[in-house]
Design a binder for this molecule. Structure first.
Ligand SMILES: [Zn+2]
Length: 276
């Protein structure tokens, strides 16, 4: 299903350094009407014409495109690659790996926690009881189920975009923030980080999980890399560009070690902190 006719395209400057790459050649990773650019100023790879927030709410609801994508991906994959994925999933279940929750237990103090881009509330539901979960979610369908999880534990979910959502909370309210599988979707990442800083208490941590465009799998599988999603993913972060936007917006980096940004993983994790 294509939505090309409805899509107006919002021309975007580089969300990291502000350079206008309108005159630059699109990347080979562009697809259909979706134009991917590599910034000539800072090197960030990003979608230059992302859908407007209103379009995201209705047409490109994450749950629809992701299931469509995974079906397409499964079709394209070799038998060997499918077998490897099956083993990876089995291993994850066996070890019960939940890095995000491990990090929250290590770094989050007791109190209210905000999950920006909380989806259906999967992360919130796994947070320890000492945390009151709050969330922001642009998809109406997903925010409904997240709302049930949050309100049952004394929290609340804002349905709408992150910029408006963050404005709706009080200054210095949260003891920690989570951005899991969200920051690759956000068309205004710099502004969102600034607003997150406002609602965090001094010294409060922010945990980010995001696909790593610099990973080996992307270099090997190229256009077939699972991190490409059109038009859902609008920023393709690498360890270098992620570190830069975190530092540029005035956060301290607490942890971003080789295990957090291993090139053999499709994702990377970064722990930042609002200065005390
Ligand atoms: Zn740039």
């Amino acid at each position: 299903m294509k939505h090309g006719k409805q899509h107006q395209g919002v021309h975007r400057l580089c969300p990291l350094c502000g350079a206008d790459n309108a005159g630059k050649k699109p990347s080979v990773y562009s697809q259909d009407e979706w134009i991917i650019k590599k910034c000539s100023g800072c090197g960030l790879v990003y979608l230059e014409n992302p859908p407007a927030y209103e379009e995201l709410e209705e047409i490109y609801a994450w749950e629809k495109t992701s299931s469509q994508r995974s079906q397409e991906r499964t079709k394209k994959e070799s038998a060997l690659r499918q077998y490897v994925r099956k083993i990876e999933r089995y291993k994850d279940r066996l070890i019960r790996r939940d890095k995000l929750i491990d990090l929250s237990e290590k770094y989050f103090p007791v109190g209210p926690v905000i999950d920006v881009g909380c989806g259906g509330g999967a992360v919130m539901s796994r947070l320890d009881k000492k945390h009151t979960p709050y969330g922001i979610e642009v998809s109406k369908q997903l925010s409904g189920s997240a709302q049930e999880i949050a309100t049952a534990r004394g929290g609340h979910v804002f349905c709408g975009n992150a910029l408006e959502g963050l404005d709706s909370f009080d200054k210095d309210y949260f003891v920690a923030a989570i951005m899991s599988a969200y920051f690759e979707h956000e068309a205004a990442p710099r502004e969102v980080l600034q607003k997150i800083k406002r609602v965090l208490r001094p010294g409060a941590p922010l945990v980010i999980k995001v696909p790593n465009y610099g990973c080996l799998n992307r270099l090997i599988t190229q256009k077939k890399w699972c991190g490409f999603r059109y038009p859902d993913h609008v920023n393709y972060w690498t360890p270098r560009t992620l570190k830069k936007i975190i530092a540029d917006t005035g956060f301290d980096i607490v942890r971003f070690n080789i295990g957090d940004r291993s090139p053999i993983s499709d994702n990377m994790w970064l722990i930042a902190r609002k200065p005390a």
